[in-house]
Ligand binder design. Structure first.
Ligand code: MHO
Length: 195
């Protein structure tokens, strides 16, 4: 089917952002992924000049298919909430972008054996998300020219690939994740193929 037009964003810090880019890309209802920097104060960070920011993954998800709470279940599989790394680049952070997400986090933590006060994971509002460099986006695709070249031939530039629902699924697939429902019908030559 077509990628849904109404999506919500969620942003998480879970260590080096290449891994979570692929982990979340595999999830049904996660439509787009991108990696970047957030959680600090330095204006316009880059990978080399990160300042006090953290590597983060940002998702556009379809809340009709996957809830924030579902995403939190994955977040808590992907890190140890009782331990935090001192290195800000790799800290574990759950960014809260709405009252709805705040409520879903509270409900999720209620099912766990600890409270929000007991987790070392940073829980904070998202201030500014800065996109990471193109070479960090969909990192698992970067040495897969058999995937990236056809995208280029179909007219996709780096931004198009970063924001492509199909590329998010392919990035997850080549990283070894089980991808169940790919969005492979977004536009162009792929648009006539419906699942
Ligand atoms: N320096 C590590 C992690 C990279 S991640 C983008 C590596 O090269 O594997 O921080």
């Amino acid at each position: 089917g077509r990628a849904p037009t109404e999506t919500t964003t969620a942003t998480f810090g879970l260590g080096c952002f290449w891994g979570p880019d692929a982990t979340f890309g595999a999830i049904e209802g996660v439509v787009r992924t991108r990696v970047g920097y957030a959680g600090g104060t330095k204006p316009d960070p880059s990978y080399r000049v990160l300042g006090d920011h953290t590597e983060v993954v940002q998702l556009d998800y379809d809340p009709e298919t996957v809830s924030f709470r579902d995403l939190l279940a994955v977040v808590f599989e992907e890190h140890s909430p009782r331990h935090q790394t001192g290195k800000r680049q790799y800290q574990n952070i759950i960014f809260i972008e709405s009252e709805q997400q705040r409520e879903e986090l509270t409900a999720f933590l209620d099912t766990k054996e600890y409270t929000a006060d007991e987790v070392e994971t940073r829980i904070e509002p998202l201030e500014t998300f800065y996109l990471a460099e193109s070479y960090h986006q969909k990192f698992n695709l970067s040495d897969k020219s058999w995937i990236t070249e056809p995208f280029g031939e179909a007219g996709y530039d780096e931004t198009d690939i970063r924001e492509s629902p199909a590329a998010a699924k392919l990035n997850a697939h080549v990283a070894g994740h089980d991808v169940t429902v790919p969005f492979l019908s977004e536009r162009g030559p792929l648009a006539s193929e419906s699942r």
